[in-house]
Every structure is written in C-alpha cells, then in structure tokens.
Write a protein that binds this ligand. Sequence first.
Ligand code: SF4
Length: 271
Amino acid sequence: MVTNSLQFPPDFHYTQSRLQDFVECPRRFYLAHIQNQRWPSPLAEPQSDVEQALDRGARFHQMVQRHQLGMSLETLQTGAADDATLGIWLRRYQEIFTTLGPFEKTWPEVSLSTTVADFSVLAKFDLITVQGNRVMALDWKTGRLPDPVRLGQRMQTVVYLLVLYHEATRLVGRSVEKMALQYVQIPTGDTRLFTVDNHSIPLYESQIRSVIEAVHHSDFTLTEDVTRCRFCLYRGLCGRGQSPLVTPEEANLEDYWDSDDVESNPTAVEF
Ligand code: SF4
C-alpha cells in the first residue's frame, strides 16, 4: 500500500469509532487518533447536565457488567437508589435480557479483533451471549438509536459483524452457525437486530479495507459538511465555533461512557 507516511502512535489499532471518525471527518481522525488531541471544546450546555448524563451512562454499563459477573439486581438497584432514571434503566435491562434469553453463557465487556488490510481491527462488545449454535452480541444504547438503514451502515455494525464472524467460534470454543448483533435502546426498549450472513461478509471486509486505505492516502482535510462540526469537540481548533451548539438532550453521549483504554478519546456525538 502506498501511504502518506503517516506516523501512528505506538500500539495503534483500528476500532469502529476510529473508522467512523474518519468516515465523518478525516481531520477529526487525525486530531484524535494521530495527534491524540484532547477535547478542547465543551460538548454541550449546560455542562452539569452533560456530566450527569455521562455519569449515569457509565454507571449503567458498569452495573450491567457486575450483574453479568454475578451481582444480584436487587443489590444493584439499591446502589442506584439515588437516581430514579438509572433504576428504571436497570429494570428495563432485566426485562429485555430475560426476554432475549436464556443463554448458556455470557461474556461481558469482551474485546475481540480481526485483521483487515494488515491492520488489527478491534471491537469491544458490551455483552456476547451463546445459546446452542447461536451467538448474539448485545449493545446497550442509553442515547438515541439511528434508523435501521443508517445503523446498518455505521462502522460499529460493520466491524462488530465481521469480528463476530471471524472470532465467535474461538470465543465459544465450538462451532457456531448463527451470529447476530442486537442493539438495545434502554430508555425506550427499542431493539435492532442485524444478522451475519456469508454474502455480506466480503462487503463488510471491503468497506473496512477501503476506509483504512483512504486513511493512508488522506491529507486529513476538514469535512465540507459543516453540520458535522456541531457535534464535534474540535470546533475551536478548526475555527468552526467555540460555543456548544447542542444541548445534552440533543446529544447522544454514548461514546463518552463507552470510553476506556481502547476508546479513550471519543470525539463527537452521534445523532
Ligand atoms: S470541527 Fe468539523 S472539521 Fe474540525 S474535526 Fe470536527 S468535524 Fe472535522
């Protein structure tokens, strides 16, 4: 591959959100994942509401993980007594998880990777489940859920389904025939199901490969679609406005409470 002499940080790997950043704005990808710039602009106002939403989302994901590791929901509900919304979310999680199950085994907060175009592409799942010959990944959305067409085109869906296809058998330890990704919007209970099929796998791989190759040929120009800048933390650096242009209610803060060592620098909100 002819490249633009890009100097990646040590241990760089692609993830769904990094690929999505590049798709939406090459400059955002460069600032966040090559230069490792932190967040220079506030996301939304009022900031206190943003912090509350971030805290609630992080607590929810942590509580679900603890439940999957054996802690009782009663204990978790007690821990959520200071936040009525969090309590409602936990009850909804319980209802949906019960409806979708039962499962033989589950793996919370599991990271799996595959290789595309000689690069590691990593997916960090909220939960992977197995029942019989069927593996299903569950992804909890505490913000908005895009419409099915848009959600199916997002890099998260493409990366998760490709990684599941390549890695599910190794994770489970036996052959599996069916693989699926289920998004669950916790505040509403809405779900979206995407299944893996052999016909789609080459398309997913081709889509990821083309984005990676575009990264390596990019000059990382600013997006021409300035509407994307409304939701981006680099507005100030790009001269596209310092002040927040969205409220916490408008913003989907999912990327922020999904952050960890792998996704430590989320850069934009999803609408
Ligand atoms: S502010 Fe706009 S141009 Fe700058 S990185 Fe964000 S999306 Fe790209």
